[in-house]
Ligand binder design. Sequence first.
Ligand SMILES: Nc1ncnc2c1ncn2[C@@H]1O[C@H](COP(=O)(O)OP(=O)(O)OP(=O)(O)O)[C@@H](O)[C@H]1O
Length: 240
Amino acid sequence: MNAAAVILKDVKVRFETTVLTFSCTVPAGEIVAVAGASGSGKSTLLNVVAGFEEPDEGEVRIFGDDMAGHLPAARPVSVIFQENNLFAHLDVATNVGFGISPSLRLRAADRKRIEEALARVGLAGFGKRLPPTLSGGERQRVALARALVRHRPLLLLDEPFAALDPGMRAEMRDLLADLHREESNTILMVTHHPDDVRLFSDSVLFLDKGRIAAHDPIDRFLERRDITAINRFLGHGTER
Ligand SMILES: Nc1ncnc2c1ncn2[C@@H]1O[C@H](COP(=O)(O)OP(=O)(O)OP(=O)(O)O)[C@@H](O)[C@H]1O
């Protein structure tokens, strides 16, 4: 598992008042927490990888391939956002079906895969329900089921548990960890929660003011005391 899942090389994204700069190499098969204060650039980094944001400069490679000009749908990624992952007027099975075929031309074997994915995330029998009738946690499970049927080797999660209570967060974390073991995929997950970092990740990309301030294996990251923003994030008081 030494190949790189993601390489960002001198990537620059310019907004009106800000320039964000990213360079990093994420090994395949890792769970990587993407952390940092609000406005530090976490979502932008994910959007650059997913293809929702084109960099002004630099190179984005996913499993070795240069992603320049590749639309999001053409990238080997699945993305789960904090919310609004689902079409509210379409039932759960149809929402998951989009992961298999955007035109929803689903064969019997596809419908079986949808049912299996729903069962895998604890939602057997939910296929005919509409998203507004589900709890926040159930909706995120549907989004996860849709990611599952896609079998993409890179899963990007932008604060996927933000709207969930602590018990549900822990459940979702466990479920993701199980799926990661089964699929051997690479996961980049934006989170504001130190617990997600401590309990879930192999390594941490820590952003500060639009650049990557630290990219460490989890043990090393938790021992750091040299960056104020990390101390603040980990609750290490005012020490520098
Ligand atoms: N479309 C945009 N136009 C202008 N500025 C933007 C745009 N998107 C992001 N920015 C700016 O880029 C910086 C990084 O934003 P980003 O959303 O990536 O941060 P974040 O770390 O994900 O924040 P949060 O934790 O609050 O979601 C911020 O200063 C933000 O205002």
